[in-house]
Design a protein around this ligand. Structure first.
Ligand SMILES: [Zn+2]
Length: 917
């Protein structure tokens, strides 16, 4: 399509200019990388000057492979050895060569390639000289003669290691009930790690058919993307040959080998759907199986296209770096995201499983059938899957009110997108680490939020039909953002790019300020929202968006809703003379914040906030808090506003309030803490008293969840002794009989007891973590180890994160949790500094990146300086703008402390004198 080609060409021309600079370092890298990695290579070592790079048509872009050779089909045979943690591989790749060349470049890293031969129409085989470039993660094959355009078959033999970094083809271990350790092997290829398992054209638009064969011990089970075509035996080994896949990207290929067990298949149309676990965990599959079937059916109907694979397996892997991975037909999960016990789980834990399962199923179309052309378009996969997961879960359990809790996701996107160091949803990506850094709230949550805004603007049916058109037009191929706009615009019969490009290709989002005057009416103004006002924010003042505004005006008790598109900086709307109140962003779907002039806010509050919908209340308090952090609303006004919510019954609205209280807890001084605790008790106490400790008949899941959250906040942030005593009693009852207590309050009981706990309690919780019956229980007790207060206990927790005691999929998150504990943050920061190299080596990259997010809790000027020094002097790069974002976030926290500390202290003191608790 036109736009994608022009963007790609634009990128290439930049690379072309840089070519002169690039060639020399590449050749040097080839030479220096050769010796250690190529130990198994049998062919002679080439001299760098003999590599004629001009043989490779086009530009030698360091991150994109040349396009003159295209893979069509991979026949891959892998023989993993779980005992030695190695694998042997054989591969035949059918290629189309479009321009004569004597070199082939493809991706490979951490593989020893023993031989590479090329076979054409004649029987003569050409043997390649192999050079590995570890830095660029490439394999260069040079041939003694020119390869002519046409069809060729490339044969490769290689060896690799099953690594412990949870990427590529890796090893996962688990203990059975007798304490015996078992090993399995699994894969995680997205974004750019298929090249660690087999040499390949590891870019999403090199789609091909995959025919996989796995050779294993006879006692093991092998799963891949497709049905088993045949099973045989060779020299005492089991040979499992899988059917051909659809044409798809390398990052979607998957292999899983181990002692794993499956549920009986459940059929959705023609598709058998199974859930796989390690032995003993099958009882935890029914809930996941149910949402998997429901969402698969939902998507077949919504997309109007049958599921593109032959079968669908969902596999729980004991070690897994992310939440789940949408490998076509063989979706892999971390255990907490798939396996759950319906009886003992909280509503939040069930919702998490439902969300992730629906999300991955949505990807079978968005991502797998139609794939972004390159990583800059990742949002086309992830934002859509996030949006679709909401639709599917909402259709499955309307009573969960999933779109209400989507406010939390939108708020997470706002908090990063309010930074100067944010990025547009679609953003140029080159190096693999930058592709990895695209998996963030901007791609997922901001992307899904702007899709929701668009869907509400053009209407759900028109939106769905546009999506169907897009999927049909690009099935089995790749697409760019503009392709989506073309389809949506065609069906909507309106210019979608003009509306949407500002949201996708610009960083940040608008703050809409509403003022009113008797002469002119309502004036609305847009400007980019910013937490910190400095030079840069002034320069971004001219940014504009096309904002779909939905405005509700209440007049004499009647409401009148209207829609408009704000395209200019400012607009004025006449008002009826007897207007009572005005609400902007009615329904709450818009991706912008609203700031009301005080008269407007007073009128809105006086009409009764209980008359607002949940998302509208959510936005009201969330926007108020954000503008307070940005210094645009006074702290006193915000804290007074929170008093209006003491009778609030919605868990999402409360989540904003509680989050703001816990941020205050991070920025106040030690001596102000008792006053803050009293303030929290004053705000939360009435709601806890109204809800009680026991669910009432007919109560919603949301209310049960809210009870748990409020009790937790009152016991920890409020440090309320009565709540703490009751929590200890109930926990005792729960230990005797798990059914004695509603599951939704159990996490809070555990958290409160950890908060109050001593060494005995610590050992008890550590033991419970070790022997937990469900992944959720295991996680709960594991994270409780970060919530104790005594330093000696937190030191034990930190030590465990690098001792091999805790899975590396969880360890970085645990460190982050100790960083977030005000009693342990300095300790944790010192630990991170001391053990950085070890953690960098041990933890999955994604985990390390998330761990560093914990630094935003280090909200004192001294700690901030130290953090900044550390990241700068060590030149730590977490990909994309990650480090800049964390540091800016920390700056905002410290800035707030310096700016408002005295006002906050005064307010809390006055509050304490007014209402002693
Ligand atoms: Zn996804």
């Amino acid at each position: 399509m036109s736009d994608s080609i022009s963007r790609r060409q634009a990128f290439k021309s930049v690379a072309k200019q840089a070519r002169f600079l690039l060639v020399l370092p590449v050749v040097q890298t080839l030479l220096s990388a050769f010796a250690p990695a190529c130990a198994a290579t049998t062919t002679a070592r080439p001299k760098g000057e003999e590599m004629n790079l001009d043989d490779i048509p086009g530009t030698l872009d360091p991150y994109r492979l040349p396009r003159h050779i295209v893979p069509n089909r991979y026949e891959i045979r892998l023989e993993p050895d779980l005992v030695t943690a190695t694998f042997a591989g054989k591969e035949t790749i059918a290629l189309t060569v479009t321009q004569a060349t004597s070199a082939i470049i493809l991706n490979a890293v951490d593989l020893a390639i023993a031989s590479a031969t090329l076979e054409g129409s004649s029987s003569k085989r050409l043997e390649a000289t192999i050079t590995l470039d570890d830095l660029m993660q490439r394999c260069h094959l040079t041939f003694p003669q020119s390869i002519t355009p046409g069809e060729w078959r490339l044969h490769l033999n290689f060896q690799g290691k099953l690594n412990d970094q949870l990427r590529g083809f890796y090893r996962s271990t688990y203990k059975d009930t007798a304490g015996v350790t078992h090993t399995m092997a699994a894969t995680q290829f997205e974004a750019t790690d298929a090249r660690r398992a087999f040499p390949c054209w590891d870019e999403p638009d090199f789609k091909a058919v995959f025919a996989t064969t796995l050779v294993t011990d006879p006692g093991l089970t092998a799963v891949s993307n497709t049905f088993i075509a045949s099973e045989s035996s060779e020299a005492g080994r089991k040979v499992v040959r899988f059917a051909d896949s659809i044409k798809m990207s390398t990052y979607l290929v998957a292999f899983i080998v181990g002692e794993i067990e499956a549920t009986a298949p459940r059929f959705v149309g023609k598709t058998p759907l199974r859930l796989w676990t390690v032995p003993g965990k099958q009882p935890l599959t029914p809930f996941g199986h149910e949402i998997a079937a429901a969402s698969l059916k939902f998507f077949e109907d919504y997309y109007g296209i049958p599921y593109p694979g032959g079968k669908l397996d969902l596999l729980a892997i004991p070690d897994f770096a992310s939440g789940a991975m949408e490998n076509l037909g063989a979706i892999t999960y971390r255990e907490t995201a798939l396996l759950v016990d319906r009886q003992s789980a909280t509503h939040g834990e069930l919702e998490r499983v439902a969300d992730v399962v629906a999300h991955e199923n949505a990807h079978m179309w968005f991502g797998d059938l139609v794939t972004m052309s390159w990583w800059n378009g990742l949002w086309l996969n992830e934002a859509f899957a996030t949006f679709m997961e909401m639709l599917a879960v909402d259709a499955w359990k309307p009573e969960w009110k999933r779109w209400d809790s989507f406010g939390i996701s939108r708020a997470a996107a706002f908090s990063v997108d309010g930074l100067h160091s944010t990025r547009p949803i679609e953003y140029p990506v080159q190096a693999p680490k930058d592709a990895d850094a695209m998996f963030d709230v901007l791609t997922y949550e901001k992307g899904a939020s702007v899709l929701r805004m668009l869907e509400q603007h053009i209407g759900p049916t028109v939106f769905r039909d546009g999506v169907r058109d897009y999927l049909r037009a690009h099935a089995y191929g790749n697409a760019d953002t503009n392709d989506l706009w073309v389809s949506l615009g065609k069906i909507a019969k309106q210019p979608v790019p003009e509306l949407m490009n500002g949201w996708i290709f610009q960083p940040g989002f608008p703050l809409v300020t509403a003022t009113v005057s008797p002469s002119s009416g309502l004036t609305i103004k847009q400007q980019r929202f910013s937490y910190l006002s400095d030079e840069e924010s002034r320069s971004s003042q001219d940014q504009r968006w096309q904002i779909p505004l939905q405005i509700r005006v209440t007049t004499s008790g009647k409401t009148n809703s209207s829609r408009m598109l704000l395209t200019e900086k400012e607009a004025t709307i006449p008002l009826p003379h007897d207007w009572e109140s005005i609400l902007l962003n009615e329904g709450g779907h818009g991706f912008y914040r609203v700031r009301y002039a005080s008269e407007l806010l007073d009128r809105l509050l006086n009409t009764g906030i209980d008359r607002l919908a949940v998302t509208e209340r959510f936005n009201l308090i969330n926007d108020a808090w954000a503008t307070t952090v940005a210094g645009l609303m006074s702290f006193t006004d915000y804290l007074d506003l929170t008093a209006r919510f003491t009778t609030e019954q919605d868990k999402n609205v409360w989540a904003v309030l509680l989050d703001s209280f816990s941020i205050l807890n991070r920025i106040i001084t030690e001596e102000d803490r008792p006053a803050l605790e009293a303030f929290v008790r004053g705000r939360v106490g009435p709601a806890v008293a109204a809800l009680g400790w026991v669910p009432r008949n007919g109560e919603s899941e949301g209310t049960k969840q809210l009870r748990g959250e409020l009790i937790g906040a009152q016991g920890k942030l409020g440090n309320d002794p009565a709540i703490q005593r009751r929590a200890a009693e109930l926990y005792g009852a729960y230990r005797l009989d798990a059914a004695a207590v509603d599951p939704n309050i159990v996490p809070s009981l555990v958290a409160i007891l950890a908060h109050m706990g001593d060494a005995t309690r610590y050992e008890e919780f550590h033991q419970r973590f070790r022997t937990a019956a469900t992944p959720q229980e295991e996680r709960r007790y594991l994270f409780s180890l970060a919530a104790f207060r005594p330093k000696a206990l937190l030191e034990r927790t930190l030590a465990r994160t690098i001792s091999g005691d805790i899975r590396t999929q969880d360890a970085p998150f645990l460190v982050s949790a100790v960083l977030g504990n005000i009693y342990g943050r300095e300790l944790a920061w010192a630990f991170v500094k001391t053990n950085w190299e070890k953690m960098d080596h041990l933890f999955p990259k994604q985990g390390l990146r998330r761990m560093c997010g914990g630094i935003v809790s280090l909200a004192t000027p001294e700690l901030e300086r130290d953090v900044r020094d550390f990241f700068t002097t060590r030149k730590i790069d977490l990909g994309g703008k990650t480090v800049e974002q964390y540091l800016e976030h920390l700056r905002i926290m410290v800035n707030m402390r310096e700016r408002d500390g005295i006002i906050l202290r005064q307010y809390l003191q006055d509050n304490r004198e007014k209402k002693p608790v």
